[in-house]
Design a protein around this ligand. Structure first.
Ligand code: ZN
Ligand code: FE
Length: 241
């Protein structure tokens, strides 16, 4: 495993993710909502910042970028189609782009739905998925710009990833997502176990992420939805839950 990942809590329920290529020591931060917690985490490791990877343009994913750029001059990576509403990009990517990160590479997966220009990153070397606000533990992002059909096919792009892939999502929504998931799928024993585990982690103030995508496949009602219509109905039910 050459790339390791660490959650950096930001704002009230956001996570930025600190990536380290253990071979070269290169670092990257995914979706920094704030600069100060990112700087503190880097200083604790005695490191500078080499890359910023952005999943989408929302304030709670980009607002830390200007201060981090001023301090470290990292390479900023984001979707070329959204360059007009993202911070200034040094590498503009699209579906299938491969970004060199030390000795590892990030593969870009276009995942429209939450926003139209939303992208995810997958690092095979380390088994890490950075789905931003597309996939949460036991949930998925709200449809601010895209349709349910778009979001359904975006999530379907994760189907080929190995079961032990670590899902490093943009928010700590697991507890409220678990309540909805249990209401939809009350007999699911894997889900019941996971909901209990989430409760005990949150009671200790610990993050519930990352979680493996294999666990999500067994418990997340949005991943388990069999077609786009079912998915759309679930998403509407969750909005009103
Ligand atoms: Zn968002
Ligand atoms: Fe967000």
């Amino acid at each position: 495993m050459t790339v390791t990942v660490q959650a950096i809590p930001m704002l009230s329920d956001n996570y930025a993710w600190l990536l380290t290529d253990e071979t070269t020591g290169k670092t990257g931060i995914v979706d920094p909502a704030e600069a100060a917690p990112a700087i503190a985490a880097l200083e604790q490791l005695g490191k500078r910042l080499d890359f910023i990877f952005l999943t989408h343009h929302h304030d709670d994913h980009v607002n830390g970028v200007p201060e981090l750029v001023n301090k470290y001059h990292p390479i900023v990576v984001g979707n070329s189609a959204d360059s007009h509403r993202l911070p200034k990009l040094d590498i503009a990517v699209h579906e299938g782009s491969m970004v060199d990160f030390g000795t590892a590479r990030l593969r870009v997966i276009e995942t429209p739905g939450h926003t139209l220009g939303h992208i995810s990153y997958y690092i095979a070397d380390g088994g890490i998925l950075l789905p931003g606000d597309t996939l949460f533990s036991l949930g998925c992002g709200r449809l601010f710009e895209g349709s349910a059909a778009q979001m359904f096919s975006s999530m379907a792009k994760y189907h080929d990833l190995p079961d032990d892939t670590l899902v490093c999502a943009g928010h700590e929504y697991s507890a409220s997502n678990a309540a909805f998931a249990l209401a939809m799928d009350p007999e699911n024993q894997a889900l019941q176990r996971r909901a209990k585990h989430i409760q005990s982690l949150r009671a200790k103030g610990l993050p519930t992420l990352p979680v493996t995508i294999g666990e999500e496949r067994a418990t997340n009602p949005f991943i388990r939805a069999k077609d786009a219509d079912t998915f759309g109905l679930l998403r509407m039910a969750k909005d009103q839950f």
